[in-house]
Design a protein around this ligand. Structure first.
Ligand SMILES: [Mn+2]
Length: 424
């Protein structure tokens, strides 16, 4: 873990400039009738879950190039998650993946408590075969033509709920790779019906205060048809299952140019928006850090969420889900958490009354300019001050690099191998 002294020493170098920048921004926002301290307090309430698997290097289908000091297992991963939260004060929870993170529940709880971390949604895995499993998922899992394979996948999800309940998690995210690679390979209607029937069995196993998230993805590993490929299918699933079933939006799981913020708006309308997997991408899926390619889209998604604040029943799970191939995963996750928080804070600056006025007058230019005025505001002093006051770092990346954490864990953690392909 990174010592508080290291953070304090780093902060001392930057604090005077931060105070000046915060005061200047405070004056500017005050002219627009915005209290900067109130916005800073909002920033402090923000939290996004770190995916346990994100602390390791990902990979493509071609290869994986491991970094130094990669976590050996879930306890190393939780150590890394502790670092991310300590420095950013923005990632109070971890999202676990079963079976990758399977361990003694009491040990998991103890390790998380050491860092003040909680557990967000559990993630099941029926897109890979595990060494000890009886049935293969090569041709599907929850929608497989074979009842025994479907049952095995159902039982795995029920086990995830059981483990999660002991950890204090309150949700299960289900993403399946089921689909087909060739036209005619599957009966698409029957396959979806089998999926729904399996999901109903999992739904029955949810504790009273739990929710199940349906995560859609346009393609891959099934390259012709995917069972849960779009938000419409995800919404149908959530509506058919019941009140505890919600849709999860992964920003990387849409066709290029799809209007994700409108999907968010529609799911809020339906009362079925449950949460997010944040990431960014240039071409497809979750290949890049949040906010690296389309920060304006991230802002527009948050604009919908801030606009919908107070909607009865709206209770969102915010999670990161992205792959790191050429960066230190801890740094990528810290940057991503801060970018997501930045979009939230910027969206909080939108003058909604003025915007509504322009909308009612059909003044497209000024309506758009109102949104962009909030997006253009450099809120870094607000984020940095929120971190500082919460005990985090003014500049988490610089503090992390100064700490020598990666080199220290590289001494303890043997260099992992991983030349094979496979997205994780
Ligand atoms: Mn995802």
């Amino acid at each position: 873990m990174i010592k508080s002294d290291t953070i304090t020493a780093q902060n001392a170098k930057a604090e005077a400039h931060l105070r000046a920048d915060y005061a200047a921004l405070g004056d500017k926002l005050a002219r627009a009738g915005i209290d900067i301290d109130a916005i800073k307090e909002r920033a402090k309430t923000f939290g996004v879950a770190v995916p346990s698997w994100g602390t390791g290097t990902g990979g493509t289908r071609f290869a994986r190039f491991p970094g130094d000091g990669e976590p050996r297992g879930i306890f190393d991963k939780l150590d890394d998650c502790g670092v991310i939260h300590k420095l950013t004060q923005a990632t109070p929870t971890v999202s676990l993946h079963i079976p990758w993170d399977k361990a003694e529940v009491s040990d998991l709880r103890a390790k998380a408590e050491e860092y003040g971390l909680g557990f967000d949604a559990m993630n099941s895995n029926t897109f890979q075969d595990q060494p000890d499993q009886a049935q293969s998922y090569k041709f599907g899992s929850l929608s497989h033509v074979d009842a025994a394979t479907r049952q095995q996948a159902i039982e795995h999800n029920l086990e995830c709920i059981e483990i999660g309940a002991k950890l204090g998690s309150k949700a299960l995210t289900v993403w399946i790779g089921d689909g087909s690679n060739f036209p005619g390979q599957t009966h698409m209607g029957q396959q979806f019906e089998r999926y729904l029937a399996s999901m109903k069995e999992i739904y029955k196993g949810l504790p009273e205060d739990w929710r199940i998230f349906s995560e859609h993805k346009i393609y891959e590993p099934a390259f012709y048809s995917t069972v849960v490929q779009d938000w419409g299918t995800s919404l149908m699933t959530a509506q058919e299952l019941g009140d505890k079933a919600m849709c999860l939006v992964d920003l990387g799981h849409h066709a290029p140019n799809v209007n994700i913020e409108m999907i968010v708006s529609r799911l809020i309308h339906a009362g079925k928006l449950g949460g997010f997997h944040f990431n960014d991408s240039k071409y497809g899926d979750d290949d890049l850090d949040s906010g690296t390619i389309e920060p304006y889209r991230l802002f527009l998604v948050w604009n919908e969420l801030v606009d919908a604040e107070g909607t009865p029943g709206l209770d969102l799970a915010h999670m990161i889900d992205q792959s790191h191939n050429v960066t230190d995963p801890i740094e990528s996750l810290m940057i991503s958490a801060m970018e997501i928080q930045r979009a939230y804070v910027q969206a909080s600056l939108v003058d909604r009354e003025t915007l509504a006025g322009y909308q009612s007058e059909n003044d497209a230019l000024m309506a758009s300019a109102t949104l962009r005025a909030a997006f253009r505001t450099d809120v870094e002093p607000i984020l940095a001050k929120a971190r500082l006051e919460a005990g985090g770092a003014i500049d988490p990346i610089m503090a992390y690099r100064a700490s020598g954490y990666r080199a220290a864990v590289a001494d303890k953690r043997p260099k992992s191998t991983g030349g094979g392909g496979g997205i994780v």
